[in-house]
Ligand binder design. Sequence first.
Ligand code: SAM
Length: 286
Amino acid sequence: MDNKKSWFTEEFQDEGTAFSLEVTGKIHEEQSEFQKIEIYETTRFGRLMVLDGCVMLTDRDNFLYHEMMIHPALFTHSDPKKVVVVGGGDCGALKEVLKHPGVESAWQVEIDERVTRVSEKYFPDLCTANNDPRANFFFGDGIRWIQDADPGSIDVIIVDSTDPVGPAEGLFAVDFYRNCLLALADGGILVQQTESPLLHTESIIKGVHDDMKSAGFQAVHTLPFPQPVYPTGWWSCTMAGKGRGVLNFREDDAAQKGFPTHYYNDQVHRGALAVPEFMKTVLGLE
Ligand code: SAM
């Protein structure tokens, strides 16, 4: 072993595992009003953002998460024009939303303005769409913002939050989903990051399905996707539709998307709709 190497390690105490990245140094640290923000330079994964000790993203692999949080939902809605990202302060989700030429306005509603300011400085590639005239920013609580939104005014709500603790806890709650349902127009889509299929199908994903359904969403579906820097390297998003029995994928439009992606395409989307056996069992699916 080379003892001179430095590592950033996130330990997942409850699971008896940890994830490490070799780093050359920490290039930023601050305590914002909401969380400790750290940026590291890694040897192979570009820059790394850590919030309160939890890995948020790296330059090298964030495209997997951001593309899968956005494009399946936007190619499921029939004609998304008004899109809201709750959380997503690094601006990567917003950038993917604005690749869709039919989107007329996109809001990023992030509780911690410092995450966005730090991202503009250290992750400029994620912030390339910030000056798009369709981009709007609100810095405040997304739970409150959705509660105050005009009924039926939004086509797609994307919840790109931290883990369900602290300010993000209320984003994983039936009251929040009810307010999302109200804020969405008919045919609207809600999509939320729902943690690891391996670790959290019983403890989080099942509850999200139940809560979204009790809030009034008819169709709910979880899409797993790879995310190497998150616990287990395997992550998920859960999509819910307002006023429709099924979540129809606009497969032909996805096949002719007309903008570049690194991971997402129509076939990847189709594959992500397959539900693994253990998830079917826990979620009570056929
Ligand atoms: N991809 C990341 C992950 O799954 O680990 C999430 C990235 S993004 C940086 C998460 C953002 O959600 C954080 O910047 C955090 O400040 C924000 N957030 C947490 N709770 C929020 C709330 N109630 N309203 C708005 N933003 C919130």
